[in-house]
Design a protein around this ligand. Structure first.
Ligand SMILES: NC(=O)c1ccc[n+]([C@@H]2O[C@H](COP(=O)([O-])OP(=O)(O)OC[C@H]3O[C@@H](n4cnc5c(N)ncnc54)[C@H](OP(=O)(O)O)[C@@H]3O)[C@@H](O)[C@H]2O)c1
Length: 329
């Protein structure tokens, strides 16, 4: 079988990790990179032995040299970049959050459908064996009836070290950057339709630097989640049941989980971790090769549902972006 030929769009921080991890996925290769900056594109191509460099995203989108694009630009530019490739019938794996709000995501999905092209949000956590197994076992009753989830993804940065995270015009704030992970974990466990959503936040210059979210679900389960950019917390998730709880250390990049039972006994399970990206790349590769329009493991409806939740959180805490009214181009 011919390998799937990937093109990288925006060779910045996370694109380096993608390019390292994809080496572990045998049916894939990177054949091209596109950067608006010739030197940056050439340096990336040299580092990862990529044969073709494009100086515009448009040119790579039109090129027959690639089958699929990995969009690794900052959030406000995902939609426009992804659209270029979808319109040329190319498959797209787009960094999280796929768009800055649910409306943009729905518009992008319509483009993918119109052109029969595969589209998936790059939410690697949904494909990590430790996370999927812990969630499956919780649902199967290993800790009795599941009553709750708590998950925090909070790091502490100095604003001058990463200005885009603190800038409304860059869709800054912790919610879109890292709050998307605990929300997706809650969706994996409880589904995408909470019966209530409540949020509180500390803002700084128009973006959220510490946000707490409470979701409740039919049947009474409660998820308490937080995200932050100027507060350091342990990045753990806990799933609580009537007969015990499951701990997922560093849940968005988990390699293990522990089941603690009512009597205090512990079962610690370690699972393979071959780089954060490998599971999602394998899933994208499988879907594209099979001619699927989306992944049933990480469907577009879930991406939109989580974006709707983030829209509701932002409305409640008073964070709006310039492109909430009009799409960024
Ligand atoms: N999956 C994960 O674990 C993970 C981790 C970190 C980040 N992310 C996501 O990945 C995305 C990229 O984050 P990053 O930190 O890697 O980005 P970055 O390094 O700041 O930028 C990546 C590329 O985006 C383009 N870009 C940067 N600033 C731009 C601007 N002002 N206008 C237009 N294009 C711009 C540039 O492409 P050119 O080379 O073409 O100029 C740059 O090389 C974000 O959406 C983030 O949420 C995911």
């Amino acid at each position: 079988m011919k390998p799937l030929r990937w093109g990288i769009v925006g060779p910045g921080n996370i694109a380096h990790r993608f390019a390292r991890d994809i080496r572990h996925v045998p049916e894939c290769e990177i054949t091209a990179v596109a950067s608006r900056d010739r030197t940056r594109g050439a340096a990336f191509a040299e580092e990862f032995s990529i044969p073709h460099v494009f100086e515009s995203y448009e040119a790579m989108a039109k090129s027959p040299l690639i089958d699929a694009a990995y969009i690794a630009t900052p959030h406000p530019f995902h939609r426009a970049a992804a659209e270029l490739f979808l319109r040329e019938g190319k498959a797209v794996l787009c960094e999280k959050p796929m768009c800055v709000n649910a409306r943009e995501a729905e518009e992008l999905i319509a483009v993918a459908k119109e052109h029969g092209a595969f589209l998936m949000e790059a939410m690697w956590m949904r494909f990590l064996p430790a996370v999927t197994e812990a969630v499956e076992r919780a649902k199967a009753g290993v800790i009795g009836k599941v009553r709750g989830l708590s998950a925090d993804f909070c790091y502490s940065l100095r604003p001058e070290s990463e200005p885009k995270i603190f800038t409304p015009a860059m869709a800054g704030g912790g919610l879109l950057d890292v709050g998307v992970y605990p929300l997706h974990l809650a969706a994996m466990l409880f589904g995408t339709e909470p019966t209530s959503l409540d949020a509180r936040s500390t803002l700084r210059e128009g973006v959220d630097i510490h946000t707490a979210i409470t979701l409740t679900y039919e049947g009474g389960a409660i998820a308490t989640l937080s995200s932050g950019t100027m507060v350091k917390k342990p990045e753990n998730a806990y799933i609580y049941g009537e007969d015990g709880y499951i701990t997922l250390p560093c849940f968005y990049s988990a390699r293990e989980y522990t089941v603690t039972r009512r009597d205090g006994s512990e079962e610690r399970i370690s699972l393979p971790f071959d780089g954060g990206f490998c599971g999602e790349i394998r899933e994208a590769q499988r879907c594209i090769t099979e001619g699927r329009a989306e992944s049933e493991l990480h469907p577009l409806s879930t991406t939109v549902a989580v974006l709707r939740q983030m829209d509701a959180v932002r409305k409640s805490i008073g964070v709006s972006y310039p492109f909430d009214k009009k799409s960024a181009t």
